[in-house]
Write a protein that binds this ligand. Structure first.
Ligand code: APR
Length: 317
């Protein structure tokens, strides 16, 4: 009997047909979601990781949640910034960055705000962040246009320091274990005064807010325009690779159908066989079931070779 270590992750027939198509493809899209970063230790939104201390993560990602309780929303985002900074890009982030360097007609649309693709060296010109970034901040006042990119200060203000268990010498791992334990709602969050939250240095009036796209908000116009330009440059798209996303949130999920309408074959990489794109799977598509961190480098190998070096741009900061 073959051991698990030698068993191929992807069935050879699928791999062969996918790689033949990948090799001859000149216009390729990738749509990325939270599952890409799951094996870097960051929880996804829907499913087991989608709760943060009894709060539904999706319910906290709205402008009304921020107006109602900016302290709670900032604590959630401060925690996410902290966890994202602790996490490291995984082999799938590096594999996609390498594909972007080797295939000219490759464009990546990411719903992730965790900064791991940029840290893996994914060229910015071919990486469109549909939902913004945890490390961008902007003024929440409608009349002020202040914004900052690449703000990695953690915590962003002292009041947003994540409480740690001082009595435990292994603070980091203890903190992570405790914060990631979704059943642990016993650790009381401090009530924060508005004056302790990050304030806009420009208008001095508005609170700063995370530069992510919340439910009910428009996606960034410049990003959408860049994508439209790429899509309309040609009548065809050869392939769309849909990685680690439940593909339920529009307009991001709509790019699968758009690519298909231009002839693209669809390849899905997901741990959950039921998480197909809303329009389903067609003949000639591929479903690679399993962890993106293992599967993505494997299926892209015919173009990118083996991923060996893994520099993390965050360590050079
Ligand atoms: N490898 C591959 N896929 C995985 C892995 C993994 N290791 N772990 C989980 N997945 C899959 C899940 O099966 C699921 O299909 O990743 C997907 C994660 O789905 P969501 O949690 O819905 O995340 P995403 O699709 O990125 O959500 C889209 O919704 O809440 C908003 O703005 C947020 O950008 C986010 C958007």
């Amino acid at each position: 009997m073959a051991s698990t270590a030698t068993r191929p992750i992807v069935p050879p027939a699928d791999l062969e047909s996918f790689q033949a198509h990948l090799n001859r493809s000149t216009r390729i899209l990738a749509l990325l979601g939270a599952g890409l970063s799951a094996s870097s230790g960051l929880p996804t939104f829907r499913g087991a990781g989608g709760l943060w201390r009894t709060h539904d993560a999706v319910q906290l990602a709205t402008p009304s949640a921020f107006s109602r309780d900016p302290g709670l929303v900032w604590q959630f985002y401060s925690y996410r910034r902290h966890m994202a900074l602790q996490a490291k890009p995984n082999p799938a982030h590096y594999a996609l960055a390498e594909l972007a360097k080797r295939k000219e007609g490759f464009m990546t649309l990411s719903q992730n705000v965790d900064g791991l693709s940029p840290r893996a060296g994914h060229p910015a010109s071919t990486l469109k962040l549909l939902h913004g970034s945890l490390f961008d901040v902007k003024c929440s006042d409608f009349f002020c246009s202040y914004s900052e990119t690449a703000n990695y200060t953690d915590p962003i203000v002292p009041a947003l320091q994540i409480p740690t268990d001082e009595s435990d010498p292994t603070t980091t791992s203890a903190l992570q274990a405790r914060e990631l334990d979704i059943s642990d709602s016993n650790v009381l969050l401090p009530e924060l005064a508005i004056r302790d939250l990050p304030r806009c240095p420009n208008c001095k009036k508005g609170l700063l807010r995370p530069g992510v796209v919340w439910f009910g908000e428009m996606l960034p116009t410049a990003v959408l325009n860049d994508i439209d330009r790429w899509i309309t440059e040609s009548n065809t798209i050869d392939l769309i690779i849909v990685i680690g996303t439940s593909a339920r949130v529009y307009p991001a999920a709509g790019y699968v159908d758009l690519a298909r309408s231009k002839g693209a074959r669809v390849a899905v990489v997901n741990v959950d066989r039921d998480d197909e794109p809303a329009s389903g799977m067609y003949q000639g598509d591929w479903f690679f079931e399993g962890d993106a961190a293992q599967i993505v480098p494997e299926i892209l190998k015919s173009v990118i070779g083996e991923i060996t070096e893994m520099p993390d741009a965050a360590e050079e900061r």
